[in-house]
Design a protein around this ligand. Structure first.
Ligand SMILES: Nc1nc2c(ncn2[C@@H]2O[C@H](COP(=O)(O)OP(=O)(O)OP(=O)(O)O)[C@@H](O)[C@H]2O)c(=O)[nH]1
Ligand SMILES: [Mg+2]
Length: 546
């Protein structure tokens, strides 16, 4: 609780108004009572010494500007309400949305991941304007370090960080005690990022067993997750995915020594950062170390080649080639100075410009939080909608078959009863009428038994992966014919959980999805989300003078 009290002055600006009301009375910090707001750059404290003269992080265009605080709060509240409104349907359909999946961390955050010694910690110090993290040539960090702004410097260990629900990292508990003891919180005063947190991560190093199938090795038959657990004592990929899903900006760092040849980094890109393109920045740092253009070309080419193995797209994302100012690195200055001299001044300027571009992206984290919350809602609604539509297709086909069986049994019973009735009416010998009744009972009973066992087979068949895929194709003909990758990605995410839900509930008990349920979800996608996006765009709500 102590740590969250420290960072709460900033954190409180992001929690929903409901939470604001509940916790408002708890705020103790002096800064809290000021009118300073996390979205209001004008009131932000001035950047601290070292980097302040070198860095221009002010927004370059209107889209970079944050909407006003009240608008931001309103957007967050509306997203939260919409999210809550779809959760009952998700619960009744055993949908794909996890409980509290819309609850993020108390502050927006930037997450850095990448090769060891690629300059993650140095870059963090550069952003903070304070040497908070230790940087060094040998692998330095073995912890996930959350760096948050606060009124005074305080360090907290993993259990304290994870145990404080106000900060929003309690979900890390699922990765076990080893991870928790490799996690820490540093609250720092006077850092540049007053409105967001930064998370540093352990550098990635290849051990002989950990290539996760990327490169020939003896661990090919093991899952990449299990090899990661063996290497680090916890599911590193899973933790990175957890962090990246909640982060507002993710930076993936490479350096000239290891331009993508670290299997673990590529593994992470493949398994933990998939689907995060909208917030992922790929950085080739320490470019001042290239002495010859050929060295650069080789490293850049190698990085692109390695990325192309894990990014299934023709056009590779932008790679930010940059370097840090020598003064902001804590060691290796002499070496860097030599290479810097060797580098053409114009090339160096170019690298510095790119570094400032990356910095500007980092400083946009709070604005990105709004976009990410809307994107998260969009994602959740799509997942649930597809789950509902495909589940309904499967359920209705099963129920049609069930209905046909019942009709068959019913008509056989009616026929038997009618024959028996006719027998009685026409005074046919009792043996005949009794025979008809017995035949009807035995026939209908047998038919019921046969139909029930057949229905089980039908249920099994309808919930097989092949039949579910057929249902997906039937319910999304246009998207399938257009080979829409967005929908196939959504389908890939929900297919197995959907199968599990159908199995667990059983098709005969699975609730029907009404047209109004589908229409409601569709309305959020077609009307509400575009409206919220327009609201989040500064040009929409009049901050720009046209
Ligand atoms: N020449 C040069 N050196 C750099 C640059 N960025 C970082 N360094 C140096 O590279 C070394 C490694 O930097 P770190 O910041 O510790 O790298 P890291 O990615 O945090 O490393 P781990 O914590 O081990 O994963 C340090 O000696 C830094 O001074 C750069 O842009 N140019
Ligand atoms: Mg480090």
């Amino acid at each position: 609780m102590f740590a969250s009290t420290l960072i709460r002055p900033a954190a409180v600006r992001l929690v929903h108004s409901r939470q604001l009301t509940q916790r408002g009375s708890l705020l103790k910090s002096a800064r809290c009572s000021s009118t300073w707001n996390w979205a209001n750059k004008a009131n932000a404290p001035p950047p601290t010494s070292a980097a302040s003269d070198e860095v221009s992080s002010s927004p370059k265009n209107d889209d970079d500007r944050n909407p006003s605080p009240s608008v931001q709060q309103s957007i967050l509240n509306q997203c939260s309400e919409l999210h809550s409104s779809i959760m009952p349907l998700n619960a009744s359909l055993r949908g794909p949305l996890a409980k509290n999946s819309d609850k993020g961390t108390s502050l927006p955050f930037v997450f850095l991941v990448g090769n060891h010694s690629s300059g993650k910690s140095s870059f963090i110090n550069y952003v903070l304007g304070r040497p908070v993290q230790t940087a060094g040539v040998a692998p330095t960090d073995d912890c996930f370090t959350v760096i948050a702004p606060g009124p005074k410097d305080v360090d907290q260990d993993g259990p304290a960080l994870v145990g404080d629900p106000d900060i929003g990292f309690e979900g890390l508990r699922q990765f076990g005690p080893t991870l928790i003891h490799h996690t820490q919180l540093k609250v720092r005063d006077g850092i540049r990022n007053q409105d967001f947190m930064i998370i540093d991560s352990p550098g990635m190093i290849d051990s002989p067993v950990n290539y996760g199938g990327m490169v020939h090795n003896s661990s090919r038959d093991r899952s990449s997750t299990s090899s990661a657990i063996m290497d680090r004592g916890y599911d590193f990929q899973g933790v990175v995915r957890w962090m990246a899903e909640r982060a507002d900006v993710v930076l993936l760092f490479f350096d000239p020594d290891k331009p993508g040849t670290t299997g673990e980094t590529l593994n992470i890109l493949l398994h933990s950062l998939g689907g995060m393109d909208h917030k992922l920045l790929i950085v080739l740092n320490k470019a001042d170390q290239f002495k010859k253009i050929h060295d650069f070309a080789r490293a850049y080419g190698s990085l692109c080649w390695n990325l192309s193995k894990v990014i299934p797209r023709k056009d590779l994302p932008r790679i930010f080639t940059m370097c840090l100012p020598v003064a902001s690195t804590t060691d290796g200055e002499a070496k860097a100075a030599t290479t810097t001299e060797a580098l053409d001044q114009r090339a160096l300027q170019d690298l510095h410009q790119t570094r400032d571009d990356v910095l500007a992206e980092v400083m946009k984290a709070p604005k990105r939080r709004i976009d990410n919350v809307i994107t998260n809602l969009h994602d959740s609604v799509h997942l649930l909608l597809m789950h509902a539509v495909v589940a309904e297709d499967v359920r209705s086909r099963y129920s049609k078959r069930q209905w046909e069986n019942r009709m068959q049994e019913f008509s056989s019973t009616v026929l038997g009863v009618a024959l028996a009735g006719l027998g009685i009416h026409f005074n046919v010998p009792l043996q005949f009428t009794g025979g008809v009744v017995a035949a009807t009972v035995i026939g209908v009973g047998g038919m019921h038994w046969f139909n029930s066992s057949k229905l089980k087979d039908v249920e099994e068949q309808l919930t097989s992966i092949e039949e579910l895929s057929a249902s997906f194709q039937r319910t999304h003909p246009q998207e399938v014919s257009e080979a829409d990758e967005f929908y196939s990605a959504i389908w890939a995410r929900i297919r197995d959980p959907l199968r599990l839900s159908l199995w667990r509930t059983g098709l005969s008990d699975f609730p029907a999805v009404s047209k109004s349920d589908v229409a409601k979800l569709q309305n959020i996608l077609d009307e509400e989300i575009p409206r919220l996006r327009r609201l989040a765009s500064p040009s929409h709500h009049g901050s720009r003078n046209r």
